[in-house]
Design a protein around this ligand. Structure first.
Ligand SMILES: [Zn+2]
Length: 124
């Protein structure tokens, strides 16, 4: 399960950060998720609940903001926004077309990452 791997990673990073501040508990995590990660927020929340059981992030709320994907065309150099099509969701295949010249010779420059923007903690 794709989301579970991300949930565990988020939990680990959040814990490491919270420990630096001598936190006792993590109460909320603000995330920015690139649309091209194909993460489904509801599944991530469920996975997160499982992944954090027994950790200091147990019961923490997730605040999820989705950020759009961006590609750069290798032919004309223009940057375009991309959306995940239903086909891409189903197949996991991500071939994006430049909106300027219609070339498929493109690279993803944004939208494949999960960033922890902020944490709410309870200090000891
Ligand atoms: Zn182009």
């Amino acid at each position: 399960m794709h989301e579970f791997a991300f949930a565990r990673k988020i939990c680990r990073i959040a814990e490491e950060t919270a420990q630096k501040y001598n936190a006792q508990r993590i109460t909320k995590i603000y995330l920015e998720i690139g649309e091209l990660t194909l993460i489904i927020p509801d599944l991530l929340k469920k996975s997160f609940e499982m992944a954090t059981t027994g950790t200091m992030a147990e019961g923490a709320e997730l605040d999820i903001k989705m950020t759009p994907g961006k590609i750069k065309c290798r032919d004309c150099g223009k940057i375009s926004d991309v959306e995940i099509t239903e086909e891409a969701q189903l197949t996991g295949l991500q071939l994006f077309q430049c909106r300027n010249c219609q070339s498929k010779n493109t690279e993803v420059i944004e939208g494949k990452k999960v960033n922890i923007k902020n944490l709410k903690i309870q200090e000891a």
